[in-house]
Design a protein around this ligand. Sequence first.
Ligand code: NAP
Length: 687
Amino acid sequence: MRLQNYALGQWVAGTGAGTDLHHAVTGEKVAEASSAGLDFGAMAHYARTVGGPALRTMTFHERALMLKAMAKYLMERKDSLYALSSATGATKGDSWVDIDGGIGTLFVYASKGRREFPNETFHIDGPMENLSKNGTFVGRHLCVPLEGVAVHINAFNFPCWGMLEKLSPTLLAGMPAIVKPATLTSFLTEAMFRMMIESGIFPEGAIQLICGSAGDLLDHLTMQDAVAFTGSASTGHMLKAHPTVAANAVRFNMEADSLNCAIMGPDALPGTEEFDLFIKEVTREMTTKAGQKCTAIRRTIVPEGAMEDVIRALTKRLGDVKVGDPAVDGVKMGPLAGRPQVGEVHRSLDAIKGGAEVVFGGNDNFDIVGADRSKGAFFPITLLACNNPRERTQSHDVEAFGPVNTVMPYAAVGDAIELARMGKGSLVGSVFTADDRVAREVVLGMAPYHGRVYVLNRHSAKEATGHGSPLPHLVHGGPGRAGGGEEMGGARGVLHYMQRTAIQGSPTTIARITNEWITGAAQSGDRVHPFRKHFEELQVGETLLTHRRTVTETDIVNFACLSGDHFYAHMDEIAAKESIFGRRVAHGYFVLAAAAGLFVHPAPGPVLANYGMENLRFTKPVYAGDTIQVTLTCKSKTAKETPADGPPQGVVAWDVNVKNQDGELVATYTILTLVRRLTAPAPSIPA
Ligand code: NAP
């Protein structure tokens, strides 16, 4: 079967001989890939002129719903992908990480897109920055989608997750993508991609696919484009130095090799729960995906007195792992993704052997269940030991992208940290300890050299997600050898595909540009109370100045009794006199309650609920005898999906300022209300 490319809105077979792709277990040819004949420049242009504009007309919420619809669509059809995934050598568990993990990433971004971004086509980053004495000149940061194409170049090990973890933040940002999977396993990527096109959920031009070489695609990139690369450091450095990428300052994110480590804490000795967790995790990391995970544990750093115990325990567990055809019951580790990888990993292992001794595996004399050794891409699980890891540095320098790991000793926690840092920049390091002082020392010591630090002990183990699992909520990437890149991390990952622009001007101008009221911007009044208005009827900047209320000592005593808060500053004349207030003050929470009493309209109306408060500050004390007044301003509006069991609605954020009789601000905060909409919006995304 010849794989097809998806270019300019059509499926296209590449010309020429193509590259044969083989079943990792049987060695049989499963497909051939060729991208010869594609017009890569035209693909980039098509993405920029067709996909980009379509995505940019959608708001974040609409794009998020689009991701959700796609996640659901793929979820219903994923079974056929599992069958194909086994041809990459994946066990069922490996495939779950790749297929369900990828779809899960879409779901997470679908949810974050609606909760953490506005229902707008742009995003405002951070609060207003005041730049002037009188507040007439201010600044804000605006993020808008790049107007180019995102080129995604992926590694072979996760053909589905690798595609979806990059597509999710890219499409949510409003940018189209060209996906270029590693050729070796591109048959699985193509199958999932085909489903996405069949669904019709993404707009035309939003995604294109190259199965085979990327040709001269990089020659066509402009300053509005971005490259997200995952693969080996050598390829990554070469592509990053591409003349067009350099000349046009094309954004280039690199995720490359990583010599991740796991540190066994000095307290995690045999007999503790932490020791068992440590042994289990190292074994799992070595064998999941046959060690072909960018995050897999390559270096196992243990207290010097525990070397023998650790090697014994690991050897026993590794010896129980059945290697063979993942389709056979009981097989826990499959082959590498292809025979070329076997030679590659052997070469790396030979280099590591120059600085460490093999204590388990390491040769071809191992059992293979249900498959032919000469046809499949099988590799022996191999554990090495290095007693002098500061001088014999091969295991800190060479990545064997397979089931290979080196155990090494440390004397004190500081040495363990030093060894971890000898990886020269890693994606992830973990520490197994129930001693939080050790955890703190290790985390702070490792952090500058690691993209993620995983701390495991008996308290977190039950629900922990594993050393090797990048999560869409958290950043993935690492400094130095790991490429210096960063992707995902929830909203952070989306911003990689957007331009952050500082805008400066008067508060009113900035408010009109961003559609969000800020302090100092023009306000407007109306005879109708804002709580009597539906979502659509409210104007950003619309303000209510309430009547006044004088706070009395009776209020303070009543509130203390009602709330049970008899704090001395409110209730003890003598202590209050000696306090920073000089006399008894009203409760801050009373001021909030009294403010609500001033601005709320009591009659039933379009306001459905008050569901939160943000950024509360009490800026001055309120004493008995003070008179307070509230200014309530409509700050921003966010339309929401209509819930199945509720009316059409939106969220309105209100700026609340409470001032005293001298016009001094005593409290400031934002409240959020759910407000009924007059009409339900038509769904823009197929359900
Ligand atoms: P690779 O050989 O560097 O290939 C990576 C990708 O680059 C493939 O899609 C490859 O396409 C493409 N490529 C190669 N030459 C290219 C060129 N001239 N122009 C455009 N694209 C080009 O890496 P791999 O063997 O697939 O993956 C294994 C490596 O990836 C390991 O070192 C591992 O540590 C690393 N990795 C890192 C992460 C991470 O998140 N940091 C994740 C997974 C893997 P072809 O397949 O068509 O050559």
